[in-house]
Design a protein around this ligand. Structure first.
Ligand code: PMP
Length: 409
């Protein structure tokens, strides 16, 4: 491929494509994928923990017993058998659902895109946590909304800020939140904030989109009620098997009122006709054996918990006094705040040179905030690599601090 190429379609793209540019951070990630670099950047599930032989058995059984269906097109809503299994999975988190109210999507990511397509006109206001899941910002962003960032603390979204925005006259089309072990901050919304948010949105007739990929990856403590359980009529709930089983099967779903579900099915059909029957059947079979899926999930939770502990201990050892960070009770991520004068985006090249990578904080805000923050993921690297990576990060930040001080900062 030529090093420089002129885009001959540059005048032809729709206005919505203007924001679809690869960030400069991407180029660095290509370097960061070299084996000597400890990547604390990517949020990839640790699929090596899946029992290969059992997954192969499931694939074989699906093809042997349902080959003609598995290799054929399916319905836009997703198979009934899988939707029944997903309802069972949601019951694990005390969500009461009907398979008719579920639409299977190609990962939860597609559900975000379809919701954008259904709900967002250019200029509409979408309230998001600040920081927010970057994939939601890009999915919604394609429909040209104006984002209303609502800050978070260790108890999740500061619902009062949303309330103040409503008093100022803001009218969000919906509120998007990841209340359990959020991406990127790793924080969980408290019970009180959940009730506050649900009551406020109900009062103001603003739908809530609750995105819950990490709820079953709980390391300790008791779960707070899902927003969907607190107000089934006003909450559209998104789930995925990417973190409890495999992201490779691309099985996610949306749960909502019939009116929304029917529109989602139509939008889904125009996007990709249907999800893969093969992987839907595999997922249904995977979750039909209680001991198998629970055993695998328990193993994953165990692994992620000890990786979380290793990361928190390493942060304490190498960055105490120089940075602050969140203490996630589950999920994949720790959110680190460094001193104001440090710019994590500018620092990334030096970090990669020292063979450690993270995601700079600005990626997770729609408005350029987060320059002194970064997301670290503990899900994928081994404990040893996590220790090594955090130590490298610690020495880098330490050296930068020394330099800053020596210059009179
Ligand atoms: N929402 C959140 C908060 C996520 O972290 C992710 C995955 N990184 C997704 C949605 C999408 O997941 P998938 O499409 O694999 O279901």
């Amino acid at each position: 491929m030529a090093e420089f190429s002129i885009d001959r379609f540059v005048d032809r793209y729709a206005a919505r494509a203007a924001g679809m540019t690869a960030s400069e951070v991407r180029a660095l990630f290509a370097v960061a994928s070299r084996p000597e670099v400890v990547s604390l950047a990517g949020g990839m599930p640790f699929v090596q923990a899946l029992p290969d032989d059992q997954v192969a058995d499931v694939a074989r059984a699906v093809l042997a017993e349902h080959g003609d269906v598995a290799l054929q097109y399916g319905g836009g809503q997703g198979s009934v058998g899988l939707r029944e299994r997903l309802v069972m999975l949601m019951a694990e988190e005390d969500i009461d659902a009907d398979p008719d109210d579920v639409v299977v999507t190609t990962g939860a990511q597609q559900a975000l895109d379809l919701l954008g397509k259904l709900f967002i006109d250019p200029g509409d206001v979408i309230a998001v946590e600040a920081p927010a899941y970057v994939g939601a910002l890009t999915a919604f962003g394609a429909y040209q909304p104006r984002f209303l960032p609502i800050e978070i603390d260790e108890d999740g979204m500061l619902v009062e800020q949303l309330e103040q925005a409503l008093v100022r006259g803001e009218r969000p089309t919906f509120v998007y939140t990841v209340p359990n072990f959020g991406n990127p901050a790793g924080v969980t919304m408290s019970g009180q904030r959940r009730r506050q948010l649900v009551a406020l949105c109900r009062e103001a007739s603003i739908p809530i989109v609750e995105d819950n990929p990490y709820g079953l990856l709980r390391f300790e403590g008791r779960a707070e009620a899902c927003l969907r359980t607190l107000d089934p009529e006003n909450v559209i709930y998104l789930g995925t098997v990417s973190k409890t089983f495999s992201p490779g099967v691309r099985v996610g779903w949306a749960l909502g009122e019939q009116s929304v579900v029917q529109r989602l099915v139509l939008a889904k059909e125009s996007a990709d006709l249907c999800s893969s029957n093969l992987t839907m059947l595999m997922t249904e079979h995977w979750f039909s054996d209680d001991a198998r899926w629970r055993g695998t999930l328990a193993g994953l939770v165990e692994t992620y918990r000890s990786r979380r502990d290793v990361m928190l201990n390493a942060l304490e050892e190498h960055l105490a006094g120089e940075a602050t960070w969140t203490r996630p009770g589950g999920g994949f991520y720790v959110w680190v705040t460094v001193p104001d004068w440090l710019d994590t985006k500018a620092l990334l090249a030096a970090a990669v040179e020292r063979q450690v990578a993270y995601v700079p904080g600005t990626a997770f805000y729609p408005d350029g905030r987060g320059a002194n923050q970064m997301r670290l993921a503990f899900c994928y690297p081994t404990e040893e690599r996590i220790r090594e990576g955090v130590a490298r990060l610690g020495s880098l930040i330490h050296d930068e601090t020394e330099l800053y001080r020596s210059l009179g900062g």
